[in-house]
Design a binder for this molecule. Structure first.
Ligand code: ADE
Ligand code: ZN
Length: 322
């Protein structure tokens, strides 16, 4: 069966990480910025490993310089997601790249992103919500103004706060101020953990940041008591299997723990993370899950339900999508 037209919910997508390489190349040409070092000859993004991926990601961001660039980016990203059958998506938005953490500038970027999201919803029937994301390797001090940007712009569109970046920098508690400020402002919380760190990193993230979702979380599988805790507390894992295989966070599709996490009772969802960087999309994720674990319609329906249950949008939006 082709999963292309199957309606999908995606909770873990980085806005800049979803930028088609042709889009970034065109912006670089328009702005006369030499980004040739970040592309392979076939036009795809070029990097060696996760650390280098983060460097290339940030280099691509240097040509995203204005709200208008983000308006165009949002249209390109949502067209791509809709083409893969995504009907509801949450993207990570980083004020670090959108105005450098200044609230006034961030408001302008956010307005452009929201405007483009509304246009894409009319054109393709895809609904987008935003999660402001601080970047762990930029340090706890940088996370504070980012949380303030999030708190100041919370609304029907901007519903969450999270953290991405190099997981092995610092400990979760270092970022508690930012997560506390976001929670007090009424934002829903998620954080990358257990992609590179072990179960201790996932447990510390739950304890110190009190998040309701975990980005990746796959290494929780090494501590079954922790998986039981995730299941009992209803913490949803935003699993991105293709990303994990491509970045070699796991050895292979067969070795991926998504099915074992699920069988132990953890709530899992499926997302692409940074699709062009990992040569994936939601159709490819579904195809690989079908091929590797024999997943079919029942399993993908469960992923959709888990996604909507854990989505950060309001109940009316959920009811409209369901
Ligand atoms: N930023 C973009 N993709 C990421 C990933 N897979 N892990 C951490 N930070 C990221
Ligand atoms: Zn991610």
């Amino acid at each position: 069966m082709s999963w292309r037209d199957y309606p999908k919910v995606e909770l873990h997508l980085h806005h800049e990480g979803a930028a088609p390489p042709d889009f970034i190349r065109r912006l670089a040409q328009e702005k006369s910025v030499d980004l040739s070092r970040i592309f392979n000859e076939d036009g795809s993004y070029a990097y060696r490993d996760f650390a280098h991926f983060l460097t290339v990601y940030e280099a691509a961001c240097t040509v995203l310089q204005s709200p208008e660039d983000y308006r165009r980016l949002t249209l390109a990203v949502l067209e791509q997601s809709a083409e893969a059958g995504v009907v509801y998506s949450e993207t990570f938005l980083s004020p670090d790249f959108c105005g450098g953490g200044d609230v006034g500038a961030w408001r302008e970027y956010l307005a452009a992103i929201e405007e483009a999201a509304a246009e894409a919803e009319r054109a393709h029937g895809i609904t987008l919500r935003g999660i402001v994301t601080c970047i762990r390797h930029f340090g706890p001090e940088r996370a504070r103004p980012i949380a303030i940007c999030a708190a100041e712009t919370r609304g029907p569109f901007l519903t969450g706060f999270g953290m991405a970046g190099a997981e092995m920098v610092g400990r979760p508690g270092d970022y508690a101020w930012a997560f506390d400020a976001a929670r007090e402002a009424g934002l829903r919380l998620t954080c990358h953990a257990g992609e590179w760190g072990g179960p201790d990193m996932v447990a510390d993230t739950l304890d110190a940041l009190k998040v309701e979702r975990i980005g990746h979380g796959i290494n929780a599988i090494d501590d079954l008591a922790l998986v039981d805790r995730l299941a009992e507390d209803g913490v949803t894992l935003e699993v991105c299997p293709g990303s994990n295989v491509f970045l070699q966070a796991v050895d292979s599709w067969q070795a991926h723990p998504i099915q074992r996490l699920r069988e132990r009772g953890a709530k899992v969802t499926v997302s692409t993370d940074d699709p062009p960087f990992f040569k994936t999309d939601m159709v490819s994720e579904f195809d690989n899950l079908e091929r590797t674990f024999g997943w079919g319609e029942e399993d993908f329906a469960e992923m959709g339900r888990n996604g909507l249950d854990a989505a950060f949008c309001d109940a009316d939006t959920k009811a409209r999508i369901a």
